[in-house]
Design a protein around this ligand. Structure first.
Ligand code: LMR
Length: 398
């Protein structure tokens, strides 16, 4: 039965990790997968998470099933984190959600849910978008088309072309937006641009589908949700996939939320019954541990304050690495203007070099990044910055 199966190449992002681990060069640098690292190159468990785990260990009384949606406490706390307390969609009782295994679980559940509402509906994704969007959405049955987003030549947004492409998108079609910290390019929409897109969604009737994987990594928890909240005020229906991997540092625990906003409370109840049926037919229900940590942090003032401080520290470190990188590339004499890196947000930017140059950096210098030249900024540090920038300068000259 399985004899005819051919082997597939490793995942373009996750595959790098295995090659990096096998490299014995002491100067090796991992700028591949989007995982936050501190100055020492570690991905720490946040103190707020440790404290929440300690409390949970003491207070947990049962391991009985929770159910396909996860706990009500998790869902309401996450809905408020994403939409902001008192958002009209919450007040109108039009929001329903389910805890999912990571942001990927949320994307997949929402894609299957959308496909039930309209089989093989078209979803428009940015060019470029996160590589895993394509299988997560496409394998659920949605038809993927792309809209122009990032101009590699100028390292800036192609907003006019994006609007031109989306102006004919209408009811029954979905448009995927990255809420903040665009993965892979780091170039985000301005508030004015969100306004234009929200008006288009309202006028044309397409359904926004927002991927919120990095809330808190751009400017702040609230500022990063600006576009999402505006969109949710402008349209009757919307989907949101939220991830707790990065902002809570809960990567391997797999915590996320699939959220839908409906026209009214009655549609919301019917929609939620479908969403939970999708979950039941996939993985039945989410694991509890990660969701319980998030719930306990978001519902305890002290833990929440500690978590927000730790999140601020991660964000500020990345932002200072961004300016440090621009300065160091200049100092190393790297050919080109890299100032755009300082304007961009979140974990990633494209360095803007060719796939051959990316390969050379890997083979000759043990510096690992995705072929597109996407770098995960947090993999840089004071101690490897000079080596990285000098290597890039040499490769650009060769
Ligand atoms: C990334 O883009 O590196 C992260 O979102 C991790 C992943 O699963 O690809």
């Amino acid at each position: 039965m399985f004899d005819h199966l051919s082997s597939l190449p490793a995942d373009p992002i996750l595959g790098l990790l295995a090659t990096y681990r096998a490299d014995d060069n002491p100067r090796k640098i991992d700028l591949g997968v989007g995982v936050y690292k501190d100055e020492a190159g570690h991905t720490p468990v946040l103190q707020a998470v440790k404290e929440a785990e300690t409390r949970l260990l003491r207070s947990e009384e049962t391991k009985a099933y929770v159910g396909p949606a996860g706990t009500p406490g998790f869902n309401s706390a996450m809905q408020e984190l994403v939409l902001g307390a008192g958002h009209p969609a919450l007040v109108g009782n039009r929001v329903r959600s389910a805890q999912t295994p990571g942001g990927c679980g949320a994307l997949r559940v929402l894609a299957e849910f959308a496909n039930r509402a309209k089989e093989h509906a078209t979803i428009w994704v940015s060019d470029p978008t996160w590589a895993n969007h394509v299988p997560l959405l496409g394998n659920a049955g949605l038809q993927i088309k792309s809209y122009p987003y990032y101009d590699r030549a100028t390292s800036s947004l192609k907003f006019d072309e994006m609007v031109e492409t989306l102006k004919n998108v209408g009811e029954g079609e979905l448009v995927l937006f990255h809420a903040c910290c665009h993965n892979p390019c780091g170039a985000d929409l301005s508030r004015e641009q969100w306004q234009v897109l929200a008006e288009m969604a309202q006028r044309q009737g397409f359904t926004p589908f927002i991927d919120m994987a990095y809330q808190g990594f751009g400017d702040s928890l609230d500022a990063d949700a600006y576009g999402l909240r505006l969109m949710a005020e402008s349209v009757p229906e919307m989907l949101v996939a939220a991830s707790c991997s990065k902002n809570f540092g809960l990567y391997r625990e797999r915590v996320g939320m699939a959220m839908a906003i409906y026209r009214d409370a009655d549609a919301a109840d019917r929609g939620q019954s479908q969403m939970l049926n999708v979950v039941r037919g996939n993985y039945s229900m989410p694991p509890n541990h990660g969701g319980a940590i998030v719930e306990s942090i978001l519902t305890d003032a002290g833990l929440r304050a500690n978590w927000e401080a730790e999140l601020t520290e991660m964000r500020e470190r990345i932002n200072s690495l961004r300016s440090g990188l621009v300065d160091s590339l200049e100092k190393a004499g790297a050919v080109g203007d890299f100032h755009f890196i300082q304007q961009q947000k979140g974990m990633f930017s494209f360095l803007g070099i060719t796939p051959e140059q990316v390969q050379k950096l890997q083979q000759d210098y043990s510096i690992y990044m995705v072929d597109s030249s996407r770098i995960s900024i947090a993999g840089l540090s004071q101690s490897n910055m000079a080596y990285f920038c000098e290597s890039v300068a040499e490769v650009l000259e060769s």
